[in-house]
Design a protein around this ligand. Structure first.
Ligand code: TXA
Ligand code: MG
Length: 341
């Protein structure tokens, strides 16, 4: 299939118009958001949503997030909007937070992965909201990568994964956040974070008081039946290379990376590690700069694949604040194993 590339830097109005036309017609479009690029389709169009699953190679039981451009688009999708949900939306929308509530009946089961709930998010990216608004329908959008590969944070990543498989790719520049949204469920008794992101647990607790972290986060992959967030049971964010996640101070980390610098091994390090390394490396920010680590992680994993890395010795981030989200993604890329030195 022919894929069109539209650059908002060249002609933003044209990009928005073409993308929204394609979406209204049942097509698929990769669109920028502040978190990662999304593979968008009309959330209410079963056939279009089915194509998302086909194109990504995504398991059918993994539900999609529904994106809205305006708070008024939310109510029809869910059974009710409790005060807690309104308070979260008021504080964090538009922004990197997806809120799960019991569904109303208008969102097709394919979009929900067969669950009785629906995740909704209003993105903070102007182009994303403009496209949704012009399409006039809620937009289902998983990350615009092939299932299992690192999420795309630039249009080039979408081109690499999706060229010839979608109607268009909208280039809106590099994503500012770089990791997928925080996902919180308000469908149970206690608000529960199912996926950490740029909206932190501490920020959520400021608004809601008690907030639980799903036990699968930062630990073993879950084996609950049915899984609370189906997405969490799959190996994710994985480059082709084997990721060895090393939890250690700079000296210990650098010593390990230097001593194990076999052919095609790279260090994925912090800026502070660079003077200590005698092996090929890419850095993903300073040790305490979680925002930079979030922005750079997926792009570095893709670069390391391009460089032909077979082993990646990754320096483990600290787990406070947004670091919890960086840690979650890098731990999954490492197959759930972390080595303390
Ligand atoms: O930042 C983001 O959220 C990006 C951008 C494009 O908005 N989208 C994204 O979508 O990351 P995706 O499909 O890659 O991740 C959605 C996650 C999955 O882990 C899925 O299982 C979970 O959210 N999810 C969606 N709906 C759910 C529901 N009703 N109940 C439990 N988990 C749900
Ligand atoms: Mg994804």
């Amino acid at each position: 299939m022919q894929t069109f590339l539209y650059r908002t830097a060249e002609n933003s109005a044209l990009a928005i118009q073409k993308a929204s036309e394609l979406l209204r017609g049942g097509g698929l479009v990769a669109i920028p958001t502040e978190t990662v690029y999304g593979l968008a389709a009309n959330a209410l169009d079963e056939a279009a949503v089915r194509r998302i699953f086909e194109v990504k190679g995504r398991p059918a039981d993994n539900p999609l997030i529904v994106h809205i451009s305006d708070i008024a688009m939310w109510a029809p999708l869910v059974r009710a909007i409790p005060d807690a949900a309104r308070a979260l939306a008021q504080r964090f929308w538009p922004g990197p937070l997806s809120i799960i509530l019991p569904q109303s009946g208008i969102v097709p089961a394919v979009t929900r992965g067969g669950l009785d709930t629906v995740a909704v998010r209003m993105p903070a990216h102007d182009t994303a909201r403009a496209i949704i608004k012009a399409a006039g329908v809620p937009i289902a959008a998983p990350s615009a990568n092939l299932s299992g590969s690192p999420s795309p944070t630039t249009a080039q990543h979408c081109i690499d994964d999706l060229w010839g498989r979608v109607g268009a790719i909208v280039d809106g520049g590099a994503c500012g956040v770089g990791l997928e949204s925080t996902v919180i469920s308000l469908a149970g008794e206690i608000p529960t974070v199912l996926r950490p992101g740029a909206v932190t647990l501490a920020q959520l607790r400021e608004v809601l008081g008690e907030v639980a972290l799903h036990p699968a986060i930062g630990g073993e992959l879950p084996e609950t039946e049915p899984p609370l967030s189906p997405g969490m049971k799959y190996r994710h964010y994985s480059p082709n290379a084997q990721v060895v996640l090393l939890d250690a101070p700079a000296e210990g980390y650098a010593r390990y990376a230097n001593e194990n610098a076999e052919a095609h091994a790279f260090a994925l390090c912090f800026e502070e590690d660079i003077p200590l390394l005698r092996c090929p490396y890419l850095s993903y920010g300073q040790r305490l700069d979680h925002a930079a680590q979030a922005r750079l992680l997926f792009t570095r994993l893709r670069e390391l694949d391009r460089l032909g890395a077979r082993v990646i010795h990754a320096h483990c981030p600290s787990r406070d604040g947004v670091g919890a989200a960086v840690y979650d993604r890098i731990l999954r890329a490492a197959g759930g194993r972390v080595t303390a030195l």
